[in-house]
Ligand binder design. Sequence first.
Ligand code: ARG
Length: 563
Amino acid sequence: MNERNVVANALHQVLADHLTVDEILALLENPKSSQHGDVAFPVFSLAKVLRKAPQAIAADLVANIPADNFEKVEVVGPYINFFLDKKIVSRETLIEIIANKEQYGDASIGKGRNIPIDMSSPNIAKPMSMGHLRSTVIGNSLANILTKIDYVPIRINYIGDWGTQFGKLIVAYQKWGNEEAVKEAPIKELLRLYVDFHEEAEKHSELEDEARFWFKKLEDGDEEATALWKWFREESLKEFQRIYDILEITFDSYNGESFYNDKMDQAVAILEEKQLLETNDGAEIVDLEKYNLNPALIRKSDGATLYITRDLASALYRKKEYDFAQALYVVGNEQSIHFKQLKAVLTEMGYEWSQDIHHVPFGLITKDGKKLSTRKGKIVLLEEVLGEAINLAKTQIEEKNPNLTNKEEVARQVGVGAVIFHDLKNDRLNNFDFSLEEVVRFEGETGPYVQYTHARCASILRKTNWTADVNSDYALNDVESWEVIKLLQAFPQIIQRAATKYEPSVIAKYVIQLAQSFNKYYAHVKIVNDDDQQDARLALVFSVKTVLKEGLRLLGLKAPEEM
Ligand code: ARG
């Protein structure tokens, strides 16, 4: 039970005639300074109801509140400040963690219902961008977090393997490409062709027409176009897979845009049947004026479908296939209009579940303040970033712990972890500038710092050979441990907050705080000091280790035992 509940229950015993437990909970505050206790109740909110002076009410309440769980209950001005009994709270919290281990914080909120998560979704023939990395790690973390509260996530990699760009690529390959080069370094070569196409097309606009023509051929199943497309696709997927392997992220489905080729007609037919389609200059659109949105362009005048047409078909498919409780789309903020349109069209179609569709947007990664764009070839190659981070981690480990046995593996976990953590530690909507040095910093609020704190706990437990005993009384009542205990006790709520806000940063910030507060404790208290509290202090170390490891796991990071 968390501290607010303890206080609310105690207050309810004397206020039952006036307020429910939930009403009391809503009034409780967390004092800024621990001098004012752990939880505060503003008495003036009752003055009107009870028609008594706040002082009188406070005195009356304090005299009658059951004292069992509190060290001290005191009136300060218009507040009643509650100081929880450190012994009771620490005993309960530590035992709960020791008994549940990595299952501490599990909840049954999701009741096993499905949540497809559209994530990663890079585009064929282009390098995976930092934006796709963001989508991959945010999506993966959300999937872990939702699993913890009993949802069933379906990680869907909605590969961008369809669209007019394939017309461009086919034209560029036919004009300037060669097989050997594509085989040798597929994405590099395909990107070159793509960039060349745009350069040439600026001078010769007829190239755009040719590209449209070839995309139409592809949509109509033309053999030559299809063979090239398939080849580009396979080669690209192989390269993406290398990155997913480094990140150790897997998907439940790779149904990308092309998967919906034969499913779009049906979606368009429903729109027709519901009389939602209008013709505009030969193109078919859905008017969304009442949503204050531009019309959704469903089919071009030449019959070609669009990005939103495929998203429409995929939303219908996902609802049918997964009967989802919610459907998440972890996609950059720059596509927010697109998802508003998608939702609006589904609402127009009369599907109430359109409200279960959530775009989970995130901010841009810039370089020197400028947007990264594939068109001009200004991209950061992810594999290089990850490789570099691993190398930097290796150098650090070499310095700090030259005798570590599994250096390579640990360097990988730390380097990759640094990149993931850097991405998740800020509110996802924040933009941030990308600099490799910043990502792989090993001090401050970083993944390696949290991993290091975890390893420090592991080392203490190893050296003392400590084992947990659920029948022990692990009670601590010193102020140094209290901050750590309170954080440990908050973990279940933190997970739920991260889930409701679709915000892994809530957990990232939490593990940093927990690591910082543990390191402060470590600096001030002699943990191994043969006295009667040693066992309880080691239980605290074990609990911090358990929660840090689980927090890191939810973010998608490994927690090495030694580093
Ligand atoms: N491939 C797209 C891009 O790179 C992202 C796809 C997002 N998902 C979706 N269902 N539209 O911009």
